[in-house]
Design a protein around this ligand. Structure first.
Ligand code: C2E
Ligand code: MG
Ligand code: MG
Length: 694
């Protein structure tokens, strides 16, 4: 509705009118009258606001003189509009300029009128500089906040209390692959896959029910379908009156960390070669199975599987072939068990099988037999076929132990028992085995003492020319004269000495004692014989006792030919340049080498040609059944023929009967050793034996 024009008479501006006086002299509002493009009147407040006197402005200044240049056009237009009757009144603001050049924000309310018959504008002007400044500060603050939020590299979003998106930053748009305007006003159900939307919604509700902060892990799916693992950090925010307004959330992408955590977990729990669980994970699962079995009152079976002769495959065909065999063995074992069972690689050629909830012994045995059978099948490794077998030890929880350590240790012992029994078989753990293991432990402790207390002895067993019966060699055999247990045979303590690392010092003692005996016999003018000394593969690995022997031979007035060494095929299997070098040095010192227990090892034939060996000793196991087992006779004949072809002499061990001696002689065997001729004996007895003419 147009405001009715009113006319102002000049006299009204005079200060004598009470009403106007009050109005015009107020300290708050500036009052002005504009006519013919100039101020016709300004009140004291307006003049003072701009730093002038009333007289200076009235009748002289154009309104635009009080406006900053930037706003002048706008103000001019507003006045023009009113004067041209296009608008009765106007309410607008602009920035004014004081005498001192400072700017003031003003708001004006002007009305068109007629003064003295000519159009004029009468208006009021209020200084709003303070309000504008605070508005500007708020705007700036808002701008700043918006920019900061935009610049945050982590995805960030806001939702209202109904869970609708009300804002986000650039990083959020990029993270989920959507533009902001697709989000605003929508809920998680509109933009996220249902499973995630449910999760987010539930979390939002929980936060709204319990305002404050909230942190949780979840995943986020972007529009390309890719899911990333994230941490949500959310916090509620409220209105000025304290009511809940919504939430702000920030997302931290932890996909990389999760991936490396997963990788580390894999490495810590799985075997890299076979992909099977490793010892650590097996232990964990065993513990878990034991707990469960206690609740259900059933049984857990653990199998310790060791591949027989794996080391030989590794040594002869190479590590790559060995690795392939292990991978294939793992596959075969896995195929024998249920999906709920665990097959783990314990390390090297050892595997473990964990069979929870198996009470039935026949089921356990069926699985063990199956594993043995499947592992006995040939392994084709590129061009070669390799054969291994498996020895399995079985323990049962709770019968054989109440904790994982004991269960595993006992399975290991049962496995050793299976090996001792001839490999390629399984064996249950038994208390007798445990007693045996404890006995071994005790013996080991006492063995350390035996060396210091001079409890070790050497016995001597003659070796004869089979054709003439002449004694040309003797073998030094170790005994342990235990103060309480009596004479202990080497088979009962040498493996322990090897395990405990005592074999080198025991070996040195044997060398010292044997060379001293050989020297005595030489000095006593006994018939010249060569004394052979047994060695363990470990002595070659460390080489200390061999050094000791060579040194001793150099310092004794003893011909190297008076001493011989017996090595086993296992020594040769670790064909190491150091071993070859040691054999060469022994050979240079005149020491002859016999290959002991020949025929029981694995394909050592290849080494025979390359290494400097003088004698083959056919193992006692072939000699024992010579008369009754035609295949043993055939093998023995073949070994003798082969030995001769390679220029070696052949010794038969363990001859107990005349018949055996006859068969060996007929097969062309050179030398013999056995109870038929003499048992091992102490030195005094042996000297008497020699003096009596053998
Ligand atoms: P070996 O070197 O094969 O020694 C031959 C074994 O056969 C000896 O057993 C000997 O007593 C036994 N023997 C000899 N003739 C007969 C026979 O007619 N019938 C039967 N049934 N047995 C016979 P021993 O003395 O018990 O030694 C066992 C093994 O211990 C040796 O086998 C050797 O490998 C090892 N050994 C013995 N002394 C030492 C040593 O000083 N150092 C090392 N490293 N090993 C040793
Ligand atoms: Mg021997
Ligand atoms: Mg032997």
């Amino acid at each position: 509705m147009p405001i009715p024009p009113f006319t102002l008479s000049e006299s009204r501006f005079r200060d004598d009118d009470g009403l106007f006086h009050g109005l015009l002299h107020n300290g708050m509002v500036g009052v002005y009258v504009i006519q013919h493009g100039k101020f016709r009147y300004v009140n004291p407040r307006l003049a003072e606001l701009f730093g002038y006197t009333q007289q200076e402005i009235s009748g002289h200044f154009s309104p635009l003189d009080l406006v900053v240049p930037f706003d002048r056009e706008r103000v001019a237009q507003a006045m023009e509009q009113r004067l041209q009757h296009r608008a009765e009144c106007a309410h607008y603001s602009f920035r004014g300029q004081t005498r001192q050049g400072q700017s003031v924000d003003v708001e004006v309310f002007g009305i068109r009128t007629t003064l003295d018959g000519a159009p004029a504008i009468v208006g009021m002007l209020v200084d709003v500089t303070g309000r504008c400044a605070s508005e500007r500060a708020v705007t700036e603050q808002l701008n700043f906040t918006a920019q900061v939020i935009e610049a945050i590299p982590s995805p960030l979003f806001f939702k209202d209390e109904a869970g609708r998106y009300v804002g986000c930053n650039k990083a959020f748009e990029q993270f989920i692959g959507r533009q902001r305007n697709e989000l605003l006003g929508r809920s998680v159900f509109d933009i996220s896959p249902p499973d995630l939307a449910e999760r987010y919604h539930a979390a939002d509700q929980a936060l709204f029910d319990n305002p404050g902060i909230q942190t949780y892990e979840a995943s986020v799916q972007s529009t390309d379908g890719l899911r990333r693992d994230v941490i949500f950090n959310k916090a509620t925010y409220s209105r000025a009156d304290g009511t809940l307004a919504g939430l702000v959330g920030i997302i931290t992408d932890i996909t990389d960390r999760k991936q490396s955590e997963a990788l580390i977990w894999m490495q810590a729990n799985y075997d890299a070669l076979t992909g099977l669980p490793n010892r650590r994970l097996l232990n964990e699962r065993l513990r878990e199975s034991m707990r469960r079995s206690q609740r259900r009152e059933d049984c857990v079976a653990v199998m310790f599987i060791d591949l027989d002769r794996f080391k030989e495959v590794n040594d002869t065909l190479g590590h790559e072939a060995g690795d392939k065999l292990l991978m294939e063995a793992a596959r075969r074992i896995v195929a024998c068990v249920r999906e709920t069972d665990t097959v783990a690689r314990q390390g090297g050629d050892e595997f473990m099988v964990l069979l929870p909830g198996l009470a039935d012994r026949s089921a356990i045995e069926r699985i063990a037999s199956e594993i043995i059978q499947t592992l006995a099948q040939p392994f084709s490794l590129d061009a070669d076929a390799a054969y291994v077998s498996a020895s399995i030890g079985i323990t049962l929880f709770p019968q054989d132990g109440d904790n994982p350590v004991t269960i595993l240790k006992n399975a290991d012992q049962a496995m050793y028992h299976a090996k001792e029994e001839g490999r390629n078989r399984y064996s249950y753990f038994s208390p007798a085995m445990q007693a045996q293991a404890q006995e071994r432990l005790r013996l080991g402790k006492e063995l350390r003492r035996a060396l210091r207390n001079q409890e070790l002895r050497l016995y001597y067993q003659p070796i004869l020319q089979l054709a003439s019966g002449q004694v040309t060699k003797a073998e030094a055999l170790l005994r342990w004269a235990h103060p309480e247990r009596g004479l202990i045979q080497p088979g009962d303590f040498i493996p322990i000495a090897e395990e405990l690392g005592l074999i080198d010092s025991i070996g040195s003692w044997v060398f010292e004692e044997a060379t001293a005996a050989a020297l005595r016999w030489y000095q006593q003018d006994l018939p010249p014989i060569q004394l052979t000394i047994n060695t363990s593969p470990r002595q070659f690995a460390k080489g200390q006792s061999l050094e000791f022997l060579l040194e001793r031979l150099q310092h004794l007035p003893l011909d190297g030919a008076r001493i011989g060494l017996e090595i086993t095929e296992n020594t040769l299997l670790d064909e190491h340049p150091a071993i070859t070098a040691q054999l060469a040095r022994l050979c240079a010192a005149g020491v002859q080498v016999s290959l002991d227990d020949f025929g029981t090892g694995y394909s050592a034939m290849a080494y025979l040609k390359r290494l400097d060996i003088d004698y083959l000793k056919i193992d006692r196991s072939f000699v024992r059944d010579l008369a009754t087992d035609p295949s043993d006779l055939a093998i023995t004949e073949a070994i003798i023929a082969m030995g001769h072809k390679l220029g070696l002499q052949v010794v038969a061990e363990g001859i107990e009967t005349v018949e055996q001696r006859q068969l060996l002689l007929a097969a062309g065997c050179d030398l013999g050793q056995g109870y038929l001729f003499a048992t091992p004996m102490p030195e005094a007895e042996f000297i008497a034996y020699l003096q009596a003419g053998g």
